[in-house]
Design a protein around this ligand. Sequence first.
Ligand SMILES: *Cc1c(COP(=O)(O)O)cnc(C)c1O
Length: 363
Amino acid sequence: MNMSRVYNFSAGPSMLPESILRKAAAEITDYNGSGQSVMEMSHRSKIYEEIIFGAEKLMRQVYGVPDNYKILFLQGGASTQFAAVPLNLLNGSGKADYVLSGQFSTKAYKEAQKYGDVKAVASSKEDNFTHIPDLDKAAFTPDADYFHICFNNTIYGTRWSYIPDTGDVPLVADISSCFLSEPLDISKFGVVYGGAQKNVAPAGLTIVIVREDLLGKARDITPAMLDWKLAADNDSMYNTPPCWSIYMCKLVLEWLRDEIGGMENMKKINERKAALLYAYLDQSKLFRNPVLPRDRSVMNVTFVTGSDELNAKFVSEAAAAGLVNLKGHRSVGGMRASIYNAMPEEGVKKLVDFMEKFEKANS
Ligand SMILES: *Cc1c(COP(=O)(O)O)cnc(C)c1O
């Protein structure tokens, strides 16, 4: 790794593989002999079509997206999809179920409440979101238009260890912070969506993967820009797409395929990184991970000392050592190491070494 680069543990935007940053840099003024940067290209040009259709095809191959699902390259972040989900789906019974497992799922729930009869069927709020709530099927709404979960809770460092069975009710999942981190059986979901800036590309791109039979149910009032069917019918080019981020997404997918060797390998690497950190935390006398072990995230690892002062000291000394953005989310405090796909194993080892030294010096 280039010595001037730091290990960035930010929850997002986050690190991108250095090799693709170099590739993008090499192509920045002249993409593939076109005499133009991707940033300057018409999205209606042949050369750009190769990029966007290439990214779509690669996503299908690398992530195993079934043929009866559309992949949409949109904008507005996962937060815009909190409204787009009800505006596209809440049009049958007008009812939907939400599981509250953290801040983003709660935001999604509040947004959906503007549009219909939306119920929270489970919540772990009273336990400070330190686990995924247990589900009671008797509480589910049998005729709901959909059932919503957040698959990896970025702020609290929890993740679903299984895909809930919602029967005929389409399961919709925010996968922003675990996108492309491990193999995912997309056929178990009606819709998955996420902002790209955690694991997939720079900020600006939002990806929605939707089963085809769920298209065409949008409400009359749904803004054209939020209508998934309109996006699908126009190959994600109803208006100008986030051209550069889609290009970077294609490079990330090539990296996953060629350098990592696919999703199974990515999962193994990610699990190794997380295991290193959790093993250290579990034996540490200074640091502690507050999450129920069953539900620990592989992507976002939260930890605390007993003291706000020591937490702050840790974050600033770590930054001075080239381990940056380890401060926890402002709503929970403490520390958080986001160790997405592009965080090298070396970075996690350096973090654990640093934590050991810090523990010795401060006990
Ligand atoms: C980051 C994040 C969001 C918010 O994403 P934006 O793209 O900034 O709107 C929503 N959900 C989850 C799970 C996230 O990690």
